[in-house]
Design a protein around this ligand. Structure first.
Ligand code: ZN
Length: 129
């Protein structure tokens, strides 16, 4: 049994190496502040507005960028926010073929898709309205 990990295929090891960023948030009055928002988008190499739109839609609440922070209307628990972040990463960051985070979002011919720099795979992604 103890040999199990070393026998994992390369792709599984790469997956294990990806470190999921975590939102640090607090509630102030009737709003929720994510204080390291741009650190997270930087780590994921994603546009701040793209993740903002995603969260705003998922939580059905308005969101505003404020420097490094994101301000959301209403009270949202850390656990909820990070659950949505995980969903975003699965949908818009990790390659569906090899599971690596080295991907870009592109638009071509009106279609949005994700292209992986590591394996070259392309997969369509849904547009956030
Ligand atoms: Zn890939």
């Amino acid at each position: 049994m103890e040999k199990a990990f070393s026998e994992l295929p390369e792709t599984a090891k790469e997956k294990a190496r990806f470190k999921m960023p975590v939102f640090e948030s607090f509630i102030q009055g009737n709003q929720t502040i994510i204080q390291n928002f741009t650190d997270v988008t930087g780590a994921l190499r994603r546009d701040e507005k793209h993740l903002m739109k995603f969260l705003s839609k998922e939580l059905a609440t308005p969101a505003d960028l404020d420097g490094r922070r994101l301000i959301l209307k209403g009270k949202h628990r850390d656990k909820t926010l990070n659950g949505r972040l995980e969903k975003y990463v699965k949908e818009y960051v990790l390659c569906t073929e090899c599971g690596k985070p080295d991907t870009n979002l592109l638009t071509q011919g009106g279609v949005n898709f994700m292209r992986c720099e590591a394996c070259g795979a392309r997969s369509p992604v849904s547009v956030i309205k």
